[in-house]
Design a protein around this ligand. Structure first.
Ligand code: HEM
Length: 492
């Protein structure tokens, strides 16, 4: 009754709930996209729900994405939300454990390191890792078999990312100590730790031990690299070792170590969830997996030469697979910000108070039929201009090979020009100040993994159907429910 009687007309409507602190935590947590869709129908694009006792205001749609993701620094704050989770895992003085201006400088260092020359060196590294993984892994021995694809993709992601971004020395340590240590670190990333991050619980003790040990491994590696005076590496660690903040201070070794952890953790879950989804989509559509193989034969040559960075641009379907999978299976379903001062919502009577958290869910516009015809259909060809399912941003793009964001307003938050994405319904990499710096790396990594896998295998669903498994929303990043078994068969 109080929810109806004491309604303040200047705040968004509150999603009906029975219990004060629990609020909508359970219905939201079980299936966030469905929760957003159902409440959008009832309340419109802007509404509030109770998440673990906190008033959380969702603002959906293109305007909502822009309002939150391009919010002014005096209005919205990411570190206030995320630091409890990330600082114990990454370590001090990086990402959300420092002023935003310092994060912008750190993002700039990371972005500058990702040159075309660096990408040219990454593609052979990634393709060799993929081939060698499938060759040596017992689950892929023989001519055919059934495998739960998710843990396999998680391993391929960590081997490829660590090798490309952090060098062979670090990559080799994943065969020994680092894999287990990262597993322990990962436990700090569970949603329960938004509340229990401080508690002396066994998994938090293991997280803290792992953080110290991993940071030391990186710092020792940095030290020995300095002693050897290596200066030709194209990995991220090497670049940070030569970077200096605007105030003239070189990036200290402990910060480089913590940035290395942050990079792998940021990329791991999102890229590995995406590659798992791609493999599952291909198992559900073996015809498209065959098209991908034929695309390589046609555009690269029947002998399928070793894959190079430049080849990726010659494989438009291979690129579209990633775009389309991220449209429907974006691993980050909710992006949150603390509200620092009352924020009027343009065009409405609402003012978001400072005791609310703002939540953007850009995946909702990615699955909206206003922008994407037959939105629930996974159809990579829709990213081609002449497809009847092409969204208007693709149909109207000047140049097909080009980014559909090309016409969007660009802005520099301190880490180079980025698209504001304020008019795009497709933002799997976010927008604004906190936008992903790993987008290009993730695309190159995923395109290479897919291209190499397609060369080696034919996939199908175990029951031969076109069905795709459901989504697990229990951890911070959404991913396929497991076991996500697929049937694989080697190409002769
Ligand atoms: C930020 C998505 C891969 C590093 C973000 C954000 C999204 C995102 C949505 C914005 C978060 C926010 O606004 O709070 C993805 C997806 C990926 C991916 C879908 C893969 C498919 C990577 C990789 C790296 C990376 C491979 C590292 C090499 C980062 C960093 C940020 C970020 C450093 C900035 C965080 C901030 O400024 O607050 N990513 N990401 N990401 N991502 Fe990614």
């Amino acid at each position: 009754l109080s929810q109806v009687l004491f309604k303040d007309p200047n705040v968004p409507p509150v999603v009906f709930h029975w219990f004060p602190v629990v609020g909508s935590t359970i219905t939201y947590g079980m299936d966030p996209p469905r929760f957003f869709k159902e409440n959008k129908e009832k309340y419109g694009d802007c509404f509030t729900f109770i998440l673990l006792g906190k008033k959380t205001t969702v603002y959906l749609g293109v305007k909502g994405n822009d309002f939150i993701l391009n919010g002014k620094i005096r209005d919205v704050c990411a570190e206030e939300i995320y630091t409890v989770l990330t600082t114990p895992v990454f370590g001090k003085d990086v990402v959300y454990d420092c002023p935003n201006s310092k994060l912008m400088e750190q993002k700039k260092f990371m972005k500058i390191a990702l040159t075309t020359e660096a990408f040219r060196s990454y593609v052979p590294i990634i393709s060799d890792e993929v081939t060698s993984y499938f060759k040596r892994t017992p689950d892929f021995k023989g001519q055919s078999g059934v495998v739960n694809i998710c843990p396999k993709m998680a391993q391929i992601t960590i081997f490829t990312a660590s090798h490309a971004l952090q060098g062979k020395e670090i990559r080799d340590k994943f065969d020994v100590a680092l894999a287990d240590l990262y597993h322990d670190l990962d436990m700090g990333f569970s949603p329960i730790n938004f509340m229990l991050h401080w508690a002396p619980l066994p998994w938090n003790n293991r997280r803290d031990h792992a953080q110290r040990t991993v940071a030391k491994i990186y710092m020792d590696t940095i030290k020995s690299r300095r002693e050897r005076a290596e200066n030709d590496a194209l990995d991220m660690m090497h670049h940070l070792m030569g970077s200096t903040y605007k105030n003239g201070v070189p990036v200290p070794d402990h910060e480089i170590a913590h940035i290395m952890i942050a990079l792998l953790m940021a990329g791991q879950h999102s890229s590995s969830s995406t590659s798992s989804w791609i493999m599952l989509r291909l198992a559900a559509r073996p015809d498209i997996m065959e098209d991908l193989y034929q695309e390589q034969v046609k555009n690269l040559g029947a002998d399928l030469p070793p894959l190079q960075y430049e080849d990726l641009a010659k494989l438009p379907l291979n690129q579209a697979i990633i775009k389309e999978t991220l449209r429907l299976n974006a691993p980050i379903h909710s992006i949150m910000r603390a509200v620092k001062q009352p924020m009027p919502v343009p065009g409405t009577k609402f003012v978001i108070p400072t005791n609310h958290v703002l939540l953007a869910a850009p995946g909702v516009t990615g699955a909206d039929e206003q922008y994407f015809p037959q939105p629930d259909l996974w159809e990579p060809h829709r990213w081609f201009k002449d497809s009847p399912l092409a969204p208007s941003m693709v149909r109207n793009a000047q140049d097909q090979a080009n980014d559909e964001e090309a016409d969007d307003e660009k802005i520099d938050y301190g880490y180079g020009l980025v698209s504001k994405g304020s008019s795009s319904p497709y933002l799997p990499f976010g927008a604004g100040r906190h936008r992903c710096i790993g987008e290009h790396f993730a695309n190159v990594q995923l395109q290479t993994i897919v291209a190499m896998t397609v060369r080696l295998f034919k996939f199908r669903n175990v029951d031969g159907s076109n069905d795709v498994i459901g989504t697990d929303y229990a951890s911070l990043f959404s991913r396929p429910l497991e076991p996500a078994n697929i049937h694989w068969e080697k190409r002769d």
